[in-house]
Design a binder for this molecule. Structure first.
Ligand SMILES: Nc1ncnc2c1ncn2[C@@H]1O[C@H](COP(=O)(O)OP(=O)(O)OP(=O)(O)O)[C@@H](O)[C@H]1O
Ligand SMILES: [Mg+2]
Length: 278
């Protein structure tokens, strides 16, 4: 398989920047990742990836299974710290601050950079407590009524409040899959993050629940910077403004979503989006 980033693989005359084709950097970056390498023991999962996440935009990370999308996403809020034998090098800067600096508290960082997983994972607690937990441990509310308000507005922003307002004391695990995923989004929002990372957030949901989540993502970007991993090209095209195509741990191409899906510059991107990957 040819993965060498040379002009020979290009379908148009674009130049190769930092090993990748297209426009991985932007002027209004919320986060800037540079020369990121990730190893699991001696296996390298990410190779010299550099890209920006643009402020108040949705960036889709796409690519074949095993290409490193989840690995890269997890580095952005230091979830990989929790995996033994995982080593991360390179630079991750948010608003001028290095996320891997010694004085950066990973627990506080994960409140600023929230994560929503493929499988909804509500805590075994009530709907209310699921959302209230984060604000409580981070001391974001000074009174019960303030906490009530955070819970209500978070559930509202996640588009779930009306469905659960009469059963806030019931277990979060008793909700449907799509509702549980919105509960997890409400839980993420409750600690006022700046960035939300989503790893295939709708892949376990039916088309109606998926549409609700997609609509939500489009609304959330007004306030937050979002990165989403998805295997659905239609979903990437619907919800994102920028798309990054990964292949075997490398960033092959990044650019405006419309351009990536209609006029990709790299042969590997074209193969993938046209279903000719192999
Ligand atoms: N916890 C881990 N320990 C060891 N190796 C891992 C771990 N997680 C991922 N890897 C390896 O890193 C590489 C990238 O995996 P990753 O899960 O990031 O891919 P992905 O693009 O998210 O794939 P998928 O689309 O299937 O979710 C793979 O070779 C995988 O085997
Ligand atoms: Mg993954």
């Amino acid at each position: 398989m040819n993965t060498v980033m040379t002009s020979e693989n290009l379908t148009s005359g674009d130049i190769v920047i930092n090993g990748s084709v297209g426009t991985p950097f932007c002027d209004d970056a919320k986060m800037s990742m540079r020369n990121v390498n990730v190893f699991y023991a001696e296996n390298q999962a990410i190779h010299d990836v550099s890209l920006d996440l643009a402020k108040n935009q949705v960036t889709a990370l796409i690519g074949p299974s095993g290409c490193g999308k989840s690995t890269f996403l997890r580095c952005i809020n230091r979830m990989n710290d929790l995996i033994p034998q995982c080593k991360v090098t390179g630079s991750f800067v948010m608003d001028g601050a290095e996320l891997y600096a010694k004085n950066m508290d990973p627990v506080l960082l994960r409140a600023r950079v929230g994560m929503v997983f493929q499988k909804p994972n509500p805590f075994p607690k009530s709907i209310y407590e699921n959302v209230a937990y984060g604000p409580k441990i981070h001391g974001l509310a000074t009174s019960k009524s303030e906490l009530d308000e955070i819970v209500e507005t978070s559930l509202q922003k996640a588009g779930l409040f009306n469905e659960v307002k009469d059963r806030l004391d019931k277990p979060g695990t008793g909700l449907s899959g799509g509702q549980q995923q919105r509960l997890c989004i409400a839980r993420t929002i409750a600690v006022s993050p700046e960035v939300i990372l989503m790893d295939e957030p709708a892949s376990a949901l039916d088309p109606i629940a998926t549409a609700v989540i997609e609509e939500l993502i489009s609304e959330l970007k007004e306030k937050y910077t979002i990165a989403i991993v998805t295997h659905s090209m239609q979903q990437a095209a619907r919800v994102s403004q920028k798309t990054a195509y990964f292949h075997l741990g490398k960033l092959v191409e990044m650019g405006d979503t419309k351009q990536i899906f209609t006029n990709p510059s790299h042969q590997l991107t074209e193969n993938y989006i046209s279903g000719r990957f192999g």
